[in-house]
Design a protein around this ligand. Structure first.
Ligand SMILES: [Mn+2]
Length: 330
């Protein structure tokens, strides 16, 4: 559970809740909204993959709930409960929302276009008042072309665009981990600190959090440089990462980096969870003939897309079986 009661009314009076993904997009979406409309709210957030945030607190009649950058489908039951309690919900998101329904208490701002993120939806809602933070978020959500397009429209130089790209990358990097203990900075703390800066360049120039993240990211990246595959054949390789916080922060980045650097090899990155089992990321070098999603769906907690897929839990005793199947498939 990652409820973060950072500031809470002491009575049972009505409350405001700001519920946001702990990544760059979630933080920049809330930052823009609260620059425009300051509210003293309870902050509810977590690691990037912790998207079931609406179930983490109870609401009462008249509560104001703002939800940013987490899927409606993943929160449908809790959302219905909050609306039934009489809460008013403002929701901004770009993830799956197949279960959307109409309700007088629900204000839903949604677009799943490939060049949209939640911060861009908030930016539209605020008539581009703090567009530069949507720019940071676009870079953070890996919408690189969109990020450069927003920067060009704002007349930013290449140097200025690169600074926003680095900021987005670092805010996004900070959200990766199995739980908040793996992170360099708790996302609620990071948001509160960043919220003091209306100008991202001032944050880059003077925030100790920014320099801390820059250094941590460089150190984690250096750990990847020394990694060698645990098992390797002509068409495929398996990397097994140790049970360390840095490995849980970097596993997704490693899989992307390997796939980016080599296009004739498929990869499996296995990261040990705190309980000893593995999380698996697969990248296929031949997504049409050897889809990663097919390989992963043969495992109970597996799934994903043709080029990139994963297994949420691979029991440690199935490692040899996994390795055999992986090399025979790829
Ligand atoms: Mn997002």
């Amino acid at each position: 559970m990652m409820v973060d009661v950072v500031s809470m009314e002491t009575s049972s009076a009505q409350c405001a809740y700001d519920v946001f993904n702990g990544d760059a997009d979630g933080i920049c979406a809330l930052h823009q909204l609260r620059l425009a409309h300051p509210v003293d709210a309870v902050l509810v957030t977590g690691v990037k993959r912790d998207v079931h945030l609406l179930q983490n607190f109870q609401s009462i009649q008249g509560d104001q709930i703002t939800v940013l950058d987490i899927s409606l489908d993943a929160n449908i039951d809790a959302l219905k409960q909050h609306l039934a309690n009489g809460a008013v919900v403002s929701y901004f998101d770009h993830h799956t929302a197949k279960k959307i329904f109409a309700h007088p208490g629900l204000h839903f701002h949604w677009d799943d276009a490939v060049d949209v993120c939640s911060s861009i939806l908030v930016n539209r809602h605020l008539n581009e008042k703090f567009a530069i933070w949507a720019n940071v978020a676009a870079f953070g959500d890996n919408l690189i072309k969109t990020g450069y397009a927003i920067a060009a429209k704002a007349g930013l130089s290449i140097e200025q665009s690169h600074q926003l790209l680095e900021l987005g990358t670092l805010l996004n990097y900070n959200a990766y981990g199995e739980n908040v203990d793996d992170l360099n900075i708790h996302p609620a703390k990071l948001y509160q600190h960043l919220h003091q800066y209306e100008d991202p360049y001032e944050f880059i120039a003077s925030s100790s959090y920014f320099s801390m993240l820059r250094q941590a990211y460089a150190e984690d990246m250096a750990m990847l440089d020394d990694l060698r595959p645990t098992c390797e054949q002509n068409n495929a390789a398996i990397y097994v990462l140790p049970n360390h916080a840095w490995a849980r922060r970097m596993s997704g980045l490693l899989a992307n980096k390997l796939a980016h650097n080599t296009n004739d090899k498929s990869f499996a990155v296995l990261t040990q969870k705190t309980d000893g089992d593995y999380v698996v990321s697969i990248r296929s070098a031949d997504p049409i003939n050897k889809p990663a999603s097919n390989f992963c769906s043969a495992f109970p907690s597996g799934g994903g897309r043709q080029s990139a897929a994963g297994i949420n839990r691979l029991p440690v005793q199935e490692l040899a079986f996994f390795s055999q199947r992986f090399f025979s498939y790829f």
